[in-house]
Design a protein around this ligand. Structure first.
Ligand code: ASP
Length: 339
């Protein structure tokens, strides 16, 4: 049987990560190019026609917003030449890259699929081959679109992914949103159709001046002052549904007032993985609502970071940032104060 007529053309973009790593004297390091990854999955030739591009070879610990722009730029440059894109990537910051690509290449009718692995592809026991084959299978599916992570048989929306296990193959979860699909025995079973039917809309700028302050009991308020001096926007990962302590060595609320007056953007989110924030519940959160801050509600921290960088790449006007932050994109935020 001749499959070539109907075969989809997919671009594999290599960036490094465990999937492409080999053992060195100092531990695992990315060594294999995307061509070499393909050699481990000869069966891919029955699924699609793949061409390879190696953009970088980094442990994703070293990924930066500039790298996100490079990946998005590559997808834009080759958008018309391929039916879909598979990005092989380290798992540690894959959720950030997936969120960033969701904003940099919006509502893409062509699937942009990230995958990686917890064990290198050259090992006897590895999740690499299955994840890569699944990523190609999903990228070739007629209903696949938008940005997603394919991992351990699940298809997770790019704005909703989080790494939740550091060692097991089930490394990713979809947070506050259902999985888009699952892969079983090489078949895609869809739960949600994103329905994007147009060319992706690309952006070319990010403002990387976003900091994150994770609170612990007794956090020194000077931490927030420092972050607000240093960054254009600061995300505070608070506790539970959200609230702000009075402050040790200074006052958090005063730091926020000072930051807002200086034109800084402040986003409150929660360090609890599931269900998101609601600052109106407790007195410790309520007062913040009067302080002109933004609340992340059910968004992941990864999506909040990427969305802020994307919006602030285009505007620093606090009202416009707020409005755009609360405007859902790729189902990144469901629960907002507008409702
Ligand atoms: N440290 C690796 C990375 O993120 C982990 C992995 O790929 O699983 O590149």
């Amino acid at each position: 049987m001749d499959y070539t007529e109907s075969m989809k053309k997919i671009l594999l973009i290599g960036t490094g990560g465990t999937i492409a790593s080999e053992m060195t004297d100092d531990g695992l390091a990315p060594k294999l190019g995307s061509n070499q990854l393909l050699n481990y999955i000869p069966r891919v030739s029955e699924i699609c026609d793949v061409e390879c591009m190696q953009l970088m070879s980094v442990d994703s610990t070293n990924m930066t917003p500039e790298n996100w722009l490079t990946i998005a730029g590559c997808i834009e440059a080759y958008y018309d030449s391929y039916d879909g894109f598979v990005v092989s990537h380290g798992t540690d910051t894959m959720a950030y890259t997936a969120a960033a690509l969701s904003y940099l290449a919006r509502r893409s009718r062509k699937p942009i699929v990230l995958t990686g692995a917890q064990k290198p592809i050259s090992m006897d026991v590895t999740d690499s081959k299955q994840n890569l084959l699944d990523a190609f299978t999903y990228a070739c599916d007629d209903r696949a679109c938008g940005v997603s992570i394919v991992f351990n048989g699940s298809v997770i929306l790019g704005t909703r992914a989080k790494k939740v296990r550091s060692k097991s193959f089930s490394a990713f979860a979809s947070i506050n949103y259902p999985e888009l699909a699952v892969l079983q025995d090489g078949r895609v079973l869809h739960y949600i159709d994103l329905g994007y039917r147009e060319r992706a809309k690309f952006s070319h700028t990010l403002n990387g001046s976003v900091g994150l302050v994770k609170l612990i009991p007794g956090t020194d308020a000077g931490m927030l002052n420092y972050a607000l001096d240093r960054y254009d926007a600061v995300i505070i990962e608070s506790f539970g549904v959200g609230g702000l302590p009075e402050g040790t060595n200074g006052c958090f609320r005063a730091a926020i007032d000072k930051g807002v007056a200086a034109g800084k953007l402040i986003v409150i989110t929660t360090q609890v993985q599931n269900e998101g924030s609601n600052l109106t519940v407790y007195q410790v959160g309520h007062a913040l609502k009067q302080q002109n801050i933004i609340e992340a509600y059910d968004m992941t921290t990864e999506a909040a970071v990427a969305k802020l960088m994307w919006i602030m790449g285009e505007t620093r006007d606090p009202d416009r940032v707020r409005e755009r932050f609360y405007t859902p994109l790729s189902h990144d935020i469901l629960y907002t104060e507008a409702e």
